[in-house]
Design a protein around this ligand. Structure first.
Ligand SMILES: [Zn+2]
Length: 259
């Protein structure tokens, strides 16, 4: 394999999950050989935090984030919030995430999700850390909570809202994450959105093992595919991949304070 000249960052990758247990080191090695030099690993539930932190000790390329994911609200308790505050003493943790709101299914716990979101925003701000947001069918509610909170910026992962909502997140110091969905033929609206947004607001992600892009729909998504998604974004923006990669990497490093 030739030495990659392009440097990519996967700003959202669940490499800690069990689905990578059999080949995690190999997947990381292959992704790195393709130029993916840094990967941010966001958490889902407190139960997974120790495995996540352990997984990230395998390589300095892996950056852990800790938080309580809104899709798993049933599993979270008030004690988890106290545990989160304490867990952020670990200096390797670079962000609080993934946190947010998910109103996709008619769930009875919308107000609990909002309480946990507010609390985790406060915990992140107290620790001076950015946040990784998961927001589905709830952008206006999330934006109004963010406006009332103190935040150190962050990333809205797998963004799929409107241009107006995107701009409101940008005004609050947020970048927007895009990945495999960009490469699907049915993603016209998303493709138009990434053409209209300022380049300085875009970051790349896979969300592996979910949200596989074109050519991989039946496969486990993987950080190895990030350069493909990056080339797709470059094409949509009419840029050379190397030029696009430089911009999105510096966007990611700025907002997450990586170096
Ligand atoms: Zn995720």
């Amino acid at each position: 394999m030739t030495e990659p000249r392009i440097h990519w960052i996967d700003s959202h990758c669940h490499l800690d999950l069990a689905v990578f247990d059999l080949d995690r080191a190999l997947v990381l090695k292959r992704a790195q050989a393709l130029g993916v030099r840094q990967l941010v690993i966001p958490a889902v539930t407190r139960r997974g935090w120790s495995q996540l932190l352990h997984c990230c000790t395998a390589s300095p390329a892996l950056y852990p984030a800790l938080g309580l994911h809104p899709m798993f609200q049933d599993e979270h308790t008030k004690e988890d919030l106290i545990a989160l505050e304490r867990a952020l003493d670990d200096p390797t943790v670079i962000a609080v995430g993934e946190i947010g709101l998910d109103f996709h299914k008619p769930v009875p716990d919308r107000s609990t999700q909002q309480d946990f979101f507010r609390c985790q925003l406060a915990i992140a701000h107290q620790a001076s850390l950015p946040v990784l947001l998961h927001v589905r069918k709830a952008h206006d509610v999330a934006l109004s909570i963010l406006r009332q909170a103190d935040v150190c910026g962050g990333i809205v992962h797998a963004f799929n809202g409107s241009l107006q909502q995107a701009r409101q997140y940008n005004d609050l110091g947020f970048k927007l994450g895009f990945g495999g969905m960009l490469s699907l033929p049915q993603s016209r609206k998303l493709q138009r959105l990434v053409r209209d947004l300022p380049l300085a607001t875009l970051v790349l992600e896979t969300d592996a093992p979910d949200l596989s892009g074109f050519g991989h729909q039946d496969q486990r998504n993987s950080p190895e595919f990030l350069p493909e998604y990056g080339r797709c974004l470059a094409q949509l923006r009419g840029l050379e991949p190397a030029a696009l990669a430089d911009i999105v990497c510096s966007n990611t490093c700025d907002v997450l304070r990586l170096h």
